[in-house]
Design a protein around this ligand. Structure first.
Ligand code: FAD
Length: 367
């Protein structure tokens, strides 16, 4: 079998590259996917009660990258969903990220926005050096808010103390000095009107794209002649774990359909200190589906299972650096996506990365 272009993995990274090759270059491309569906982790489906759920955890599209937004908008329309998150702390539901409303509810105060910065400055600890996620939080919001909102959530999420995690983990949680209680402040936000799976089907609809499902690429790759392989699977697997396994944090998703129209006040409620799960998502509040029942999902972080979040420790980064050296030596394999690059990508960032990789390849091989 001969294909000039082969893509391993039909997640957003693989589908974006395949779509561009098929449409812009008008070349045939083979996509090999080991699961029984395309879409990778953004895949969604209707459960037995007819409610649209996100099979691999809640996915909210948000971006300030206009090109990415316009690119994906070729394959879907959007609802205007703006993400909201509440945290259950000391028996109260408080908004995240931290705003004046969060502080007022936590401490029974009546501050206005102009007073929030001063309030947090008084609470913040002065540290000589910011080395860990714990340091980031302590120096931004102080010990009490750190303990109420971040410490235990991070412990549940990663299975280790924030003092052992590098600064990237907690620094993603911003503080807002206005009354905007949306979780993201990006210019474009929303959910695909008919779901992510439909969006992905539309991306893959070009007749130049051939998809082979239920196939680990190693079962078949020896039988295919190709010029360029785009690899979006795990990089350690590609090299048969020769430098060891890369660690990931996984999540067990527990879905439950409840016989009432509404379950909770917000689409996502975080539980930093109570229960073993980290958060509960109510899908209808994201998708705006109308239904007499509602489906929720509780997330239990764990170390075994599907690889979801690369482990942000020095040791893991050192192992990845060894694989990076191997990757640099490859002449016709291009590594992209969250598993091949061992980094957390949001959906918009992975699409941006795939579009950039495609342009590079186009200029190098087709120009
Ligand atoms: C719980 C969770 C929540 C998230 N929420 C958001 C969110 O709200 N907003 C947001 O922007 N982003 C979110 N993300 C990130 C988003 O899921 C990623 O950006 C996106 O899925 C990355 O796409 P990808 O193609 O790189 O990887 P993937 O989607 O993982 O695709 C890789 C594909 O390769 C296939 N594969 C692997 N190995 C092989 C093999 N050996 N042979 C053949 N195929 C193989 C896999 O089956 C998979 O389908 C979330 C991620 C997680 C884990």
């Amino acid at each position: 079998m001969k294909f000039k272009y082969v893509v391993v993995g039909a997640g957003l990274a693989g589908l974006t590259v395949a779509e561009r090759i098929a449409s812009e270059l008008d070349e045939k491309v083979l996509v090999i996917e080991k699961r029984n569906h395309i879409g990778g982790n953004v895949y969604d489906s209707y459960n037995e009660d007819g409610i649209l759920i996100h099979n691999y955890g809640p996915h909210i599209f948000h971006t300030s990258d206009r090109d990415v937004y316009l690119y994906l908008s070729r394959f879907t329309q959007w609802n205007d969903y703006q993400h909201k998150v509440l945290a259950y702390v000391d028996g109260n539901l408080v908004p995240l990220p931290i705003t004046v409303e969060t502080v007022n509810k936590l401490y029974n105060l009546n501050l206005d926005c102009s007073q929030l910065e001063g309030f947090l400055k008084d609470k913040a600890e002065k540290l000589d050096e910011i080395k860990t996620s714990r340091d980031v939080a302590l120096s931004k919001v102080g010990r009490d808010i750190y303990e109420k909102i971040f410490e235990n959530y991070t412990k549940k999420q990663w299975g280790v103390d924030p003092a052992e995690l590098d600064t990237s983990v907690i620094s993603r949680i911003p503080v807002r000095y206005n009354r905007d209680t949306r979780y993201f402040a990006d210019r474009y936000q929303g959910m695909p009107r008919h779901g992510y799976a439909r969006m992905c089907e539309n991306m893959a609809a070009n007749k130049n794209i051939k998809i082979m499902l239920n196939t680990d690429y190693k079962e078949i790759i020896g039988l295919i002649e190709y010029d360029i392989l785009f690899y979006t699977g795990p990089v350690d697997y590609f090299y048969d774990y020769k430098h060891g396994r890369l660690s990931y944090r996984s999540i067990r998703f527990e879905f439950e359909t409840v016989d009432k129209e509404e379950y909770q006040e917000a689409p996502v409620v975080n539980y930093p200190n109570d229960y073993d799960f980290t958060r509960i998502t109510e899908f209808k509040k994201l998708t705006w589906q109308k239904h007499g029942k509602t489906t929720i999902c509780k997330e239990y972080p764990c170390s075994e299972g599907e690889p979801y979040y690369p482990f942000p420790t020095k040791e893991c980064k050192a192992v990845y650096a060894l694989y990076e050296e191997e990757m640099k030596k490859e002449r016709n394999v291009i590594f992209l996506g969250r598993l091949a690059e061992y980094r957390y990508y949001n959906m918009d960032a992975v699409v941006r990365r795939a579009l950039d990789v495609f342009e590079e390849v186009k200029n190098r091989y087709e120009g």
